[in-house]
Design a protein around this ligand. Structure first.
Ligand code: DC
Length: 218
């Protein structure tokens, strides 16, 4: 189980996918799960600033998990049998998601769901609280970050313009499972690095630790 946490647009998705591919593990994007709930709330006309209303949606919505191999083996969350993809990356959903993700009942619900992903096999899971809250016992924890200018440029290149600093601040200041560096995580600031360089650094740590586990004790 590999946990990759970090700030918004710090390269978590790109690197988690590359690491999953290299190890033959299953990729899980937990941010996509929170985005799916935010999208669903917006669709239903729910006030995303009303924690009770958001928790109510979370209690009632009809969801399922499935693992699919498209370009990569990954887990996705379906709502009423439908897996939204483009919709959850819109500016509107991006602006709503951290409000939804701050609701404690939502986090409890997501924790169970994310822990249950282990049914699909060895995971590379990316998010904000994977190493602190979802799988705190894992030996493989990484924390990614990059400077704000570079992160904003990356998001704009994806066609999304948003205030990343404000979102990170909301994610860091919430009471439930706030964004923070997990204990024992390897910290990587990838400003100016290519994804290949960051991925190689992550893989080197994982392989070294796996080799240590397998080495005979003298
Ligand atoms: O990684 P992302 O931008 O798709 O994440 C969307 C939002 O969801 C982000 O504002 C923080 C929240 N999130 C979270 O609180 N915990 C996670 N494990 C993953 C995402």
């Amino acid at each position: 189980m590999v946990a990759i946490d970090g700030t918004s647009a710090s390269g978590k998705s790109t690197n988690a996918k590359m690491v999953a591919r290299a190890l033959g593990y299953v990729y899980v994007d937990t941010g996509a799960m929170y985005r799916t709930l935010a999208w669903h709330c917006l669709q239903k006309g729910i006030n995303i600033h009303d924690p009770k209303a958001v928790a109510g949606v979370c209690r009632r919505w009809k969801t399922s998990l499935e693992s699919v191999t498209e370009d990569l083996l990954h887990v996705r969350l379906l709502v009423d049998g439908y897996a939204p993809e483009k919709e959850i990356r819109s500016n509107e959903t991006s602006a709503a998601v951290s409000h939804v993700a701050a609701v404690p009942k939502v986090r409890d619900w997501m924790k169970k769901l994310q822990q249950s992903c282990i049914q699909f096999g060895n995971l590379v899971m990316e998010g904000r609280d994977i190493g602190t809250n979802i799988f705190p016992e894992t030996d493989f924890k990484f924390w990614l970050d990059a400077n704000l200018e570079e992160r904003s440029r990356r998001r704009e290149a994806e066609g999304v313009s948003e205030n990343l600093a404000a979102r990170d601040q909301r994610d860091s200041q919430r009471a439930a499972a706030p964004l923070m560096v997990p204990l024992g995580a390897v910290k990587i600031n990838n400003s100016g690095q290519t994804p290949e360089q960051t991925c190689a650094a992550i893989l080197a740590v994982i392989r070294e630790r796996l080799a240590q586990r397998e080495a005979p004790r003298s």
